[in-house]
Structure formats: C-alpha cells, structure tokens
Write a protein that binds this ligand. Structure first.
Ligand code: TYD
Length: 136
C-alpha cells in the first residue's frame, strides 16, 4: 500500500525567551535524513516544484512565513498551507508537488531521504500519471 502525504507535528518547547522546535530522524521523520535544503527570497507569484521524485521522500516545514504545497498522488489532489514552524508535511515518493503563494520573507526548509539526483525527478506530468496507472 502506498504511503499517504500527511502533516507531522513537531515538539514545541514554549519559553518566555522564545519558542524552540526540533526534529529527529527516528522520532519524527519517517525516513533516514540524507540531505536538507531551503528555499528563500521567492519573488511574489513564483511557483517552485512542478515535479515528482521516483524515490526521494521529503518533509517540508515553513520555518518562516507561509506557502502552499499542492500535492497530486495521481488519484487525489490536495493543498496544504504551511505557516507554522512546529509542523511539516511528509511527501511520499511518487507524488507530484508544487509550492506557491510564498509570503514575503518566507523560508521553506526541506529534509530529504536521498542525495540530490537529477535522474530521480519526473518532470513530465503525463508520464507521471501514466506511471501511477501502471504501478498503482
Ligand atoms: P529543483 O529541485 O528543480 O527546484 P524546485 O523543485 O524547487 O523548483 O532545484 C533547482 C536547482 O537546484 C536544480 O538545478 C538542481 C539544484 N539543486 C541541487 O543542486 N541540490 C538540491 O538538493 C536541490 C533541491 C536542488
């Protein structure tokens, strides 16, 4: 059975001096963390993503500001608005995804299960849908 996209809550340590959240591979993230990257200084109206990964899994957090993550499993389309630094979105492999509606100064932090590999990307939507039909 395929894993579904889902929101994962992270610990939130409330403190008058400022709040603190964290993530740990085995406790919060359902895959081994191989890489992290972040997206910032996104001009108004820009869209990131627009692809799926064949094997890479991701967990996306809005460390600052807000943005929408649009997911399409081939069966179902869903939009997740991320706007807090104490939860994030798990994106399973084989999920078409794009990110849009970035607020000014927003910061998207992503942890990923694989090293960067251009050949892991599926950038053609029709091939993505065909592949989903072929492999379920
Ligand atoms: P890409 O994943 O296509 O961006 P997005 O999906 O947000 O539109 O990456 C943009 C460029 O950055 C691309 O040339 C590859 C490079 N890149 C890396 O070198 N390493 C990485 O970990 C990532 C995510 C991207």
């Amino acid at each position: 059975m395929r894993t579904e996209p889902r929101i994962i809550e992270l610990p939130k340590i409330l403190d008058e001096r400022g709040n603190l959240s964290f993530l740990e591979e085995e406790r919060h993230i359902p895959f081994p963390i191989k890489r992290s990257y972040w997206i910032y200084d996104v001009p108004g109206g820009e869209v990131r993503g627009g692809h799926s990964y064949k094997t890479n899994e991701e967990f996306i957090v809005a460390l600052s500001g807000s943005f929408d993550v649009l997911l399409d499993t081939g069966l179902e389309k869903k939009t997740f608005t991320l706007n807090r630094s104490y939860y994030g979105l798990y994106v399973p492999p084989g999920t078409w995804r794009s990110m849009e509606n970035f607020s000014t100064n927003s910061l998207a932090f992503v942890v990923a299960s694989t090293d960067y590999d251009a050949s892991d990307y599926e950038r053609d939507y029709d091939s993505f849908i065909q592949n989903r039909k072929d492999h379920g």
